[in-house]
Design a binder for this molecule. Structure first.
Ligand SMILES: O=C[C@H](O)COP(=O)(O)O
Length: 258
């Protein structure tokens, strides 16, 4: 049994405005107010415009729910219209910054080099990166999912020292399973998550690899989360669509009851 605390993170993507965010987080807080969920870390990843509202709620009610951003600029400040810096996110007490989500890689041409600079930017400001990796359908059909995903891990972690890397969260999200209802089998998820952990051991040490949390993402729901979480190298889920429904997300957080 690993002593890694599972991390269940809801990536809202471009959904829920700041008023909807408040109602949503209040529902989560109410449903998770007992002690049972303390063995699971719960995070929400709202749009930037919601973060201040979420912070106010979490601080005011002393909620245990963590929150973070869906992206972070590789730059510290300056003439980068539309970008949000790590310093700004840190000021809002964000715990996490997602880096390299497949939608950023696909629609914003984010390369492994850019992701690497964003991972470094997150660490400069004390944010924990959630580095997203995973293969598309063609790569999967060709059977190259492990090599493809490990190359993204190598690229994202280039030059990151062990004392930072040991805190990273890596989210394995096969692109063909995102928002499609097509969930990877637990064995598919384990194959790649296990390979990621083995690569971390090669890059750093087994001790470090054993500390890092590796999430699975891609059509996670209350009905499939328990089987995925039963895999030895899966330490949580990065949840998209199902995280927009507070009741469903709570069931995912309580995966041990499913
Ligand atoms: O970040 C979350 C993933 O992209 C998964 O999204 P999904 O649960 O809607 O498939």
């Amino acid at each position: 049994m690993s002593d890694r605390i599972p991390l269940m993170a809801g990536n809202w993507k471009m959904n829920l405005n700041h008023l909807e965010a408040i109602a949503h987080v209040q529902k989560l807080a109410f449903a998770l107010a007992d002690k049972d969920y303390e063995a699971v870390e719960v995070a929400v990843l709202p749009p930037f415009t919601d973060l201040r509202s979420v912070q106010t709620l979490v601080d005011g009610d002393r909620l245990k729910i963590k929150y973070g951003a869906q992206d972070v600029s590789e730059h510290d400040s300056g003439a980068y219209t539309g970008e949000i810096s790590g310093a700004m996110l840190a000021k809002l007490n964000c715990a996490f910054a997602v880096v390299g989500h497949s939608e950023r890689r696909q629609y914003h041409d984010e390369t492994d080099e850019i992701c690497n600079r964003k991972v470094k930017a997150a660490y400069r400001y004390g944010l924990t990166p959630i580095l997203c990796v995973g293969e598309g359908l063609e790569v999967r059909k060709a059977g190259n999912q492990v090599a493809h995903t490990l190359a993204q891990v190598d690229g994202g972690l280039a030059g990151i020292p062990a004392e930072q890397a040991e805190t990273i969260v890596i989210a394995y999200e096969p692109v063909w399973a995102i928002g499609t209802g097509e969930v990877a089998t637990p064995e598919d998820a384990q194959e790649v998550c296990g390979a990621i952990r083995a690569r971390l051991a090669e890059l750093y040490s087994q001790e470090l690899a054993d500390k890092v949390r590796i999430q699975y993402g891609g059509s996670v729901k209350s009905g499939n989360v328990a089987a995925i979480m039963a895999q030895p190298d899966v330490d949580g889920a990065l949840v998209g669509g199902a995280a927009l429904d507070a009741e469903e997300f709570v069931k995912i957080v309580r995966f041990r009851d499913q």
